[in-house]
Design a protein around this ligand. Sequence first.
Ligand SMILES: [Zn+2]
Length: 271
Amino acid sequence: MDTTDIQRAADWIRHADAIIIAAGAGMSVDSGLPDFRGTAGLWTSLLPTGMTERDVGSLTQGDCFEKKPVDAWQFYGRALQVCRQCTPHAGYAMLRRWAERTRYGAFVFTSNVDGHFQAAGYDESRIVECHGTLNFMQCGEPCCDGIWASGSLMDDVDVDALSPSTMPRCPQCGHLSRPNFLLFDDNRWVETRTSAQWERLRIWLRPVQRPVVIELGAGTAVPSVRMFAESIRGPLIRINLDESEVTGDGVGLRGAALDVLTAIDAALAQD
Ligand SMILES: [Zn+2]
């Protein structure tokens, strides 16, 4: 990491009136979540017994809860357990602290479905989860636009023993339920919650004059987070392990999210 670049990033943060946090998979990895393979936030280490990395593709398709309901629920049931067991790393609190010094605070835009910003104490009304979240469920059909909190679902469940009679179901119609996040070629995702989040972001952005965008661990394979980060008028701080190049007004900081945030935090402490 170039110390000049760290200083530039720290200066932008000092003078910003709002911080926009754009977080991809790399942000979650530093909390100990298994590394990503594939692009929808899926973890090969969570595969049901007997399945290999080749099978991940079939469990990232929108019809996986129809075609392979038991495998899909074992996979995502375990994902839910792992996300709950992991504690968000210290970088979440650093970002919050920096944002508290700005006039408008922080707004989060993330493709991560693990709900870790909420778990780290971020305001639920200041988060866009562009691919949805594991923390809400929806009907697999879906029979309606209703979603409901996952709550303690799967907490004490042996996911390897899940069967059609024990898998979670829609309280409205009895059809199998599924997490409220976006899969590939997914025409069943209920996007009402994410749409409402987008609307809140649009309203929040209106008075902001000097935003700084901090992009963390966002990949290029599914570029939703990168595209969003680049769409904001304001300097971009791109933190990425291996794809940190920036064109235009911004700085690229190569490294793991937590390491780079820690370096910027040290620079900010020198006020
Ligand atoms: Zn239903």
